[in-house]
Each structure stands twice: as C-alpha cells, then as structure tokens.
Write a protein that binds this ligand. Sequence first.
Ligand SMILES: [Zn+2]
Length: 148
Amino acid sequence: MSIRYLIPENLLRDLLKEVSDGLPGIITGWIWAEWRDSFAIVKGFQVTPSKTKVTEHIRPKSWMRRKKSKIFTMRKMKKDLNTDIIWEFHSHPDGNENLHDVDTKILNYLSTGVMIIATENNLVGWYYDKRESKKPIVEKMVFEVISE
Ligand SMILES: [Zn+2]
C-alpha cells in the first residue's frame, strides 16, 4: 500500500508565500499532518522565527544537540497539536528541490526521517531510512494539492 500526501491549496499557497517573503534567506519550520487511511493530509505549518537571516546551509555545530532538539520539538508538537505527523521543513532559495549535502548528512546522522523542502514554486518531501540497509532508502514524497 503506497502512501499519498495531500495538501490543501490554501496552505500550500501560504507556505510558498512565506518562502518568497523570506528570500534570499532560508526559512525553517514545521508541518503537521494527519493520517486518513493511506493518506497523509497536511493540516498546518509554522515558520520558526529567526533573528538572523541565513542564506546558506550550515552544518550543525553539535549533531547530537541537533538530533535531541528535533526529537524534543516533534514530541511536544505532536502532543500540543494532537496530531499524527510532524515534519521538519526548510526552504531552498535557489529553487533546488533536491537534498543539499548538509541535509543528507543530517538525515544520515538521524538514521531515518523526513525532510521537506519548499521552493518558491513547490513542496517536496524526502523520506530517508538507512536502518536496515547499508545503502539508504531515499524516497521522494510528492504532494498532491487538494481544494478544501
Ligand atoms: Zn536543504
């Protein structure tokens, strides 16, 4: 059974606007979604406020802290929002939908996870899992737009 990823049109529009407004900087944040059978439906998103404008991918100073903070935030948001799924997202101001080298390194450190990339025009997810194989499984998550 394959999973389908759905996002309401208005949410996608608002998210892509945040990406454009943030240019040339990278915006980061969280997306939440709920399961309905084999559908994961996006219910909302939140941009993490940032004092400094970051325009380049930065390698985490501490990989362990990066992992702990991600797990902590995801658990807290799942509970607070009473939702099934929390995904981390960030924007690629250059419009590249592929994982950056730093993104891959982070996923590799986490062993498994999802990283969502937002460009000005599109939202793409990457599912990564290297828990049971030497060569990681990397799957692209294509979002289907729905009108609500
Ligand atoms: Zn990236």
